[in-house]
Design a binder for this molecule. Structure first.
Ligand SMILES: *[C@@H]1O[C@H](CO)[C@@H](O)[C@H](O)[C@H]1NC(C)=O
Ligand SMILES: *[C@@H]1O[C@H](CO)[C@@H](O)[C@H](O)[C@H]1NC(C)=O
Ligand SMILES: *[C@@H]1O[C@H](CO)[C@@H](O)[C@H](O)[C@H]1NC(C)=O
Ligand SMILES: *[C@@H]1O[C@H](CO)[C@@H](O)[C@H](O)[C@H]1NC(C)=O
Ligand SMILES: *[C@@H]1O[C@H](CO)[C@@H](O)[C@H](O)[C@H]1NC(C)=O
Ligand SMILES: *[C@@H]1O[C@H](CO)[C@@H](O)[C@H](O)[C@H]1NC(C)=O
Ligand SMILES: *[C@@H]1O[C@H](CO)[C@@H](O)[C@H](O)[C@H]1NC(C)=O
Ligand SMILES: *[C@@H]1O[C@H](CO)[C@@H](O)[C@H](O)[C@H]1NC(C)=O
Ligand SMILES: *[C@@H]1O[C@H](CO)[C@@H](O)[C@H](O)[C@H]1NC(C)=O
Ligand SMILES: *[C@@H]1O[C@H](CO)[C@@H](O)[C@H](O)[C@H]1NC(C)=O
Length: 479
C-alpha cells in the first residue's frame, strides 16, 4: 500500500517535471499601506518590499532558467515588452503595486546580467540605463472613464452591485452579527475616538472592515498603539471583517453581488486566450486589484467549498495565478489546443517560503482543467464585453450610454474598423460617441458633473490600451 502510494507520488512528480508552462496570468493585491480611511493613502516601504518580493518569487518560478516552471521562450534577463502585459487601475496604491512587482520580475540588468546591460555607441562610449540598468516594463494604467475600467474594478460605478450590497445589510445574517458584536465593538471606543470622524455610534459591525483596517494599520505602524489591542482582539476584528466583506462580495443566489469577479473572470480569459491564440507570443500578464475582487472570485469559482480559508481576506500582496501548460516537455507551442491545460494557484501574502498552492476551480476534483473545460466553465460565469457589463449593471456611465445609443440605431456603423491596438469593443464605443456628436456633448457635461468618483479601471485585452487619457484620480480606490 505504502509503496504503491510512493510510486504514484513519484509518477506525479515525474509528470509535473515533464510539463511545460506556456503562459501565466497573475492578479495581485497591494502590499502593506496606510489606512484606507484617510484620503491619499499610500503603500508603505514595507508594502513596496512585499510586492517586490512577490515579483522576485514569480521571477524565480516562471522566468528563471533554473526553474522547472520557466515559461517556454520567455526572456530570462532582459525584458521583452511584447511578452509581458501589465495593468492596474489608475490609482496610486495599485499602480505602485504593479511597479514594485515588475521591478522584482525584471530587476536592473546590472544586477543580473551586466554583460548585456550596456550599449556601445559608434564612438566607443558605453551606456547602461539609469539605476544600474533599470528595466522599464510597460504598465497600462486603466482610466476610470474607459470601458476597460470594468475588467479590474467591475464592482464600481455599478448600480446593480450597490443595490445587491444593500440587500446584504438588510439580511438576517447581517443583523444577527450586528447585534451579537455590539458590545465587542463598543469596547474599542477609547482607542477609536482619536479617529477624527468616528463617533461612538460608528463602532458597529457595519464598519467592520474600516475598524479592522484602522486598528491593524496602527498596530503595525504606530508606536502609541502598543498594548492597545491584544492578538485575540485583532483576530476577532479581522474575522468579523472577513465575514462582512465576504457577505458584500458574494451571494450564491444573487449573481449581481459578484459582478467584479465576473469581469475579472472575463479579463483572465482575455489574457490567457491572447496567449493561446497568439501561440505564446504573450507570456506573462499582470493585473493589480482589490481584496473584494479576490473574495468575490473565490465565491464565484467555488473555492470556498475547497477550503473555508477562502472566506478570509487575502493577506497583503496576495496573488492568484493561472498557468496555461501542457503535460509534455515541449520546445514549441503545441499546435492543438487539446494539449493545453489551466491550473489555478493562490499565494496568501508575501512571506518568504509561502507557497503558490494549486486549488481546483468550480468544484472539480482535479487541480487543473483542460483548456476547453476551463473556457466553458469561466465563460459560464464571466462578463466578456463592456456592453454586457453595462446592461448587467444597469449603468448609465458615458460609455454605456454610447452602447444604448448604438442599439437604438444612432450609430451608422462602419466606424468599427479598429485602429491599431484597440479592441473592437472600444473602437465600437468610440465610433458610437463620434456618431452621437453634438447630442453627446450635453450629456457628457451632465455626466461629468454628476458622476461620483470612481476608483479605477482595468484590464484590457492586450490589444487595447487607454494610455495617455491622463485623468489621474488617484486614491479613491477600494483596495
Ligand atoms: C525537456 O527536454 C529538454 C530537451 O529538449 C531536456 O534538456 C530537458 O532535460 C527535458 N526536461 C525534462 C524535465 O524532462
Ligand atoms: C559619444 O557620443 C555620445 C552621443 O553623441 C556623446 O554624448 C559622447 O560624449 C561621445 N563620447 C565621446 C568620448 O566622444
Ligand atoms: C564597452 O563595453 C564593452 C563590452 O560590453 C567593452 O568591451 C568595452 O571595453 C567597453 N568600453 C569602455 C570604454 O568601457
Ligand atoms: C442572498 O440573496 C438572497 C436572495 O437574493 C437573499 O434572500 C439573502 O438574504 C442573501 N443573503 C445575504 C447574506 O445577503
Ligand atoms: C458615523 O455615523 C454618522 C451618523 O450615523 C455618519 O453620518 C458618519 O458618516 C459615520 N462616520 C463613519 C466614519 O462611519
Ligand atoms: C498614531 O496615533 C495617534 C493617535 O491615534 C495619532 O494622533 C498619530 O497621528 C498616529 N501617528 C502615526 C505616525 O500614524
Ligand atoms: C491607544 O490607546 C490610547 C488610549 O487608550 C489612545 O490615546 C491612543 O490614541 C491609541 N493609539 C492608537 C494608535 O490608536
Ligand atoms: C480567443 O481569441 C481569438 C483571437 O482573437 C478569438 O477569435 C476567440 O474568439 C477568442 N476566444 C475566446 C474564448 O475569447
Ligand atoms: C489567508 O490568510 C488570512 C490571514 O492570515 C486567512 O484569514 C485566510 O483565510 C487565508 N486565505 C487562504 C485562502 O488561505
Ligand atoms: C461546489 O463544490 C461542492 C463540493 O465540491 C459541490 O458540492 C457544489 O455542487 C459546487 N457548487 C458549484 C456551484 O459548483
Amino acid at each position: 500500500m505504502l509503496s504503491k502510494t510512493l510510486l504514484s507520488v513519484g509518477a506525479l512528480l515525474a509528470q509535473a517535471q515533464a510539463e511545460t508552462v506556456l503562459g501565466v496570468t497573475v492578479f495581485s493585491r497591494h502590499g502593506d499601506r496606510t489606512s484606507k480611511h484617510y484620503k491619499g493613502y499610500t503603500l508603505t516601504n514595507l508594502g513596496v518590499q512585499q510586492n517586490f518580493r512577490v515579483g522576485s518569487d514569480y521571477r524565480d518560478t516562471y522566468i528563471s532558467s533554473d526553474s522547472s516552471k520557466q515559461i517556454l521562450g520567455i526572456s530570462e534577463d532582459k525584458v521583452v515588452n511584447s511578452q509581458i502585459f501589465a495593468t492596474a487601475p489608475d490609482q496610486t496604491v495599485l499602480l505602485n503595486t504593479a511597479s514594485a512587482f515588475l521591478q522584482g520580475l525584471y530587476p536592473p540588468l546590472g544586477d543580473i546580467n551586466p554583460q548585456i546591460s550596456t550599449q556601445t555607441l559608434n564612438n566607443g562610449t558605453n551606456y547602461t540605463n539609469p539605476l544600474n540598468g533599470y528595466q522599464y516594463v510597460v504598465l497600462h494604467g486603466e482610466d476610470d472613464e474607459s470601458p476597460d475600467t470594468i475588467w479590474l474594478k467591475g464592482d464600481e460605478e455599478c448600480p446593480a452591485v450597490t443595490k445587491s450590497m444593500k440587500a446584504f445589510k438588510q439580511s438576517t445574517e447581517f443583523k444577527e452579527r450586528d447585534a451579537a458584536t455590539k458590545t465587542f465593538y463598543e469596547g474599542f471606543w477609547d482607542i477609536m475616538q482619536s479617529v477624527y470622524d468616528y463617533k461612538q455610534e460608528n463602532l458597529t459591525y457595519a464598519n467592520a472592515y474600516d475598524i479592522f483596517d484602522l486598528i491593524n494599520v496602527a498596530n503595525i505602524h504606530n508606536e502609541t498603539s502598543a498594548g492597545n489591542v491584544t492578538e485575540e482582539e485583532l483576530f476577532q476584528l479581522r474575522t468579523l471583517a472577513d465575514s462582512n466583506e465576504f457577505g458584500l462580495a458574494y451571494n450564491r443566489t444573487d449573481p449581481a453581488r459578484s459582478i467584479g469577479a465576473q469581469t475579472l473572470a472575463g479579463a483572465v480569459v482575455n489574457q490567457l486566450n491572447e496567449t493561446v491564440s497568439g501561440k505564446g507570443k504573450l507570456k506573462f500578464s499582470f493585473m493589480a486589484g482589490s481584496y473584494d475582487t479576490f473574495l468575490a472570485f473565490f465565491g464565484l469559482t467555488n473555492l470556498t467549498s475547497v477550503s473555508p480559508d477562502f472566506f478570509g481576506l487575502p493577506d497583503y500582496a496576495s496573488t492568484m495565478s493561472f498557468e496555461v501548460f501542457t503535460t509534455e516537455n515541449v520546445t514549441a507551442f503545441p499546435s492543438n489546443t487539446d494539449d493545453l491545460r489551466v491550473r489555478f494557484l493562490f499565494r496568501n501574502g508575501s512571506d518568504a517560503g509561502e507557497p503558490m498552492r494549486a486549488y481546483p476551480l468550480f468544484g472539480k476534483s482535479e487541480d487543473s482543467l483542460s483548456w476547453s473545460d476551463f473556457l466553458s466553465s469561466m465563460e459560464g460565469v464571466a462578463i466578456r464585453t463592456p456592453q454586457q457589463w453595462c446592461s448587467t449593471c444597469q449603468s448609465d456611465l458615458l460609455f454605456c450610454q454610447a452602447y444604448s445609443a448604438e442599439s437604438n440605431g444612432a450609430q451608422t456603423s462602419n466606424e468599427k474598423k479598429s485602429s491599431a491596438g484597440m479592441s473592437n469593443a472600444v473602437a465600437g464605443v468610440i465610433g458610437a460617441m463620434v456618431t452621437l456628436g453634438v447630442v453627446a456633448i450635453a450629456g457628457a457635461a451632465a455626466f461629468l458633473i454628476m458622476r461620483r468618483r470612481r476608483a479605477s479601471p482595468a484590464v484590457a485585452p492586450v490589444t487595447s490600451t487607454t494610455e495617455g487619457k491622463g485623468s489621474h484620480r488617484s486614491d479613491s480606490e477600494s483596495a
